[in-house]
Write a protein that binds this ligand. Sequence first.
Ligand code: PLP
Length: 858
Amino acid sequence: MQEQHMARESKAKTATKGGSRPESGGKSTGKTPAPSQQAPGGYDILFKGDNIELLRGTIRHHIMSFQGRDPDRAGNEDSYRALSYTLRDALMYKWIKGQKSLYAQARKRVYYLSMEFLVGRSLTNAVINLGMQEPLHQALKTLGTDLEELQSCEEDAALGNGGLGRLAACFLDSIATMGIPAYGYGILYDYGIFHQSIVDGCQVETPDSWLRTGSPWLYERSHFMYPVQFGGRVHSYIDQEGRYRSRWVDTNIVMAMACDMLVPGFRNDHVINMRLWRAKASRELDLESFNAGDYVSAVESKVQSETISKVLYPSDDIAEGQLLRLRQQYFFVAATLQDVMRRYRKTNVHFEDFPNQVAIQLNDTHPAIAIPELMRLLLDVEGQSWELAWDVCVKTFAYTNHTLMPEALETWSVDMFGSLLPRHLEIIYEINRRFLLEVAERYPGNLRRIQEMSLIEEGPVRKIRMANLAIIGSHSINGVAELHTKLLTEHLFRNFYEMYPERFNAKTNGITPRRWLLCCNQELARLIGEKIGMDWATDLDKLRALEAFADDPEFRQRWREIKRLNKEKLAAIIKKRCNGLEVDPDSLFDIQVKRIHQYKRQLLNVLHVIRLYQHFVAHPESTRPARTVIFAGKAAPSYQRAKLIVRLINSVAGVINRDPRVAGRLRVAFIPNYGVSLAERIIPAADLSEQISTAGTEASGTGNMKFALNGALTIGTLDGANVEIRQEVGAENIFIFGMTAQEVESEKRIKSRKPIQIYEQNPTVRAIVDAIAQGAFSDGDRELFRPLVDDLMSENDPYLLLLDLESYLTCQDMVGEIYGDQDAWTKKSILNVARMGKFSSDRTIRQYAEEIWGIRVE
Ligand SMILES: *Cc1c(COP(=O)(O)O)cnc(C)c1O
């Protein structure tokens, strides 16, 4: 009982036989006619730049027609929406134009599947990418407002947890800027990552109902509505040709409705689409309750099905194994593949060509169910053979791994999986059977290897290993930094690497320089532009030209003034959000902002803060520079240790900020509710960027790149992309400390140094740990933070905090010394920015396109 809401697109029908290319939509490829001739509603004219009157008129028109308000009495909220609709019109106009030319060229398309897109706000980014700052500034002035005020009306689209989701958003920006025919696919959560507040030092979560008043950037496209099946059973039969076939029947249906957000490229005519699925109840009532005559209960249970897209799971780097999460994954994958198929079938009848027309990138294993789902579609719906279907799958899919930590690897209990997706379980068993035959053939008699590589983990609860599935079903498996990829092939996926070495590759993460420099640090961008032009915005290697100014005293002076200005702005935010806390913009802004996680070692940072505190108290004559240590980040609501760390940070902050002995020397701020918009204000104000994870735990990091691009110096371990940042900026321009990944690995085995020895031998370390243990930050309560002290002192601390502490403290002393020499510091800061070219997500995407997707980029 599937619904017939099947999608239909308003397009020139391009029926074809045997895969011949469509001529489509009138005019041919590439060339676009003169704008004035083809702009319905005059949109091209609108964005020419000298049409301030037209712009103003359009905004006023939208205030009336969309907001239903008198334009003369509109407030900022109305103006924000009207402006967004105005810009959205421009994006839609470009999008339609672009799609016509895309269909005409029949180019291969890329589908980027991600459970998370951490977009943040869209307004300023759209204005800057469309090149409309100047005319808009003028138009808004006549309306009595400005962009900054309107921007603050926008809620963040916070549909992600952290790095993984933000990476997906940066990738879409680069894809649009480089004109690659690609689509992002994900879920439109009604509630994004929770809102964090701090009450009595503790994290308190409240729901992020960002859609409460609707988002002007979203198009709800009710004509793209697909049925998604759940549950039911598998019906097997012999078809007319005597072949064994299966069909998935008696299922419950939930509808997936497309909600689109357009993503503009930077000052080009490209716009790409991020299609997010929202769950809608299907019209049919479940037979059982309906037959029982209980209509209201039947409707109620229908409405229940809409919970699928209600809320984002708030755990970063921890797999949760909940049924609703599995439903979310299958829901968005099933809808996406129907959309992919629809588009493919417009111009193709055979499936041999599928991998030449379609590339699907899996952002982590969250969408890995796409592999058995595509198998099901090809086998059960399209009637293809297993061999062809599997060949198509492997050539189509590519998988990005994001973590080395075992607790982040997804597994699903076979029972849960089988009751929700019985046909997919059968397919997974068959994939596994065939795969293990291959393994047995290659490694005869090696049972251990078969157990390790199997898609099924045996045990009291049998589980499906999604990473193994993603590897077997993909032609490319990539890590997100060089070190990460090396560790993947040597440890976590070693068996698979030995079997399929050609599948593994490294794609070092990147960030978009548009949002993370041009938009968020406009003064610095302007100064850079003055000296070397603006080409760096789409060719970040061009920043190299800044090296020539690193020794120019006047340039350094202006560089410092901009940093100082950004610090003043952040100080104002801290005052507002941290109970009036005043911080000194002349102090060293030492910043760690990211998800709160043990492996990221915010606790190590706190130990240094306590050390500084004790130092300043004991040595009022100290010449060390004053510091403001700033933290922000969310802890997963169920992650008790992380929440205790938040509490410790706030408790230490409380004690230090109240102590007159360190006034003017040390301040600690925990800024609540870290997210993209806050990051855009915090990062430009940083002097020092804390990237201090235990070596071998952070896959890449992207926060590290954002900071360095904004002129912060990094203090960090040789972990993730820090290794490559050091290579680029030069060892003399970065503060590296601690054990290497290799040293961590061997130290965990041989335990040559134990925390207790370090504690006993080093009085500085002892004083720090004792302060926490004796309740110096908990009103004398020795119990509150005991779990953290126990972690620190444990021989089995997986994150080796005490083993890295001495090296960290020494390194921090060096930071302080060099900060004292402002000229030396500024020079390093300039050189960091000048050498960040590699970390543009444009470079990353070019590599994905050329080396994984098989797409040439101009
Ligand atoms: C970049 C970013 C992250 C990732 O930061 P890491 O330091 O790499 O963990 C997380 N959250 C937000 C809001 C970001 O912008």
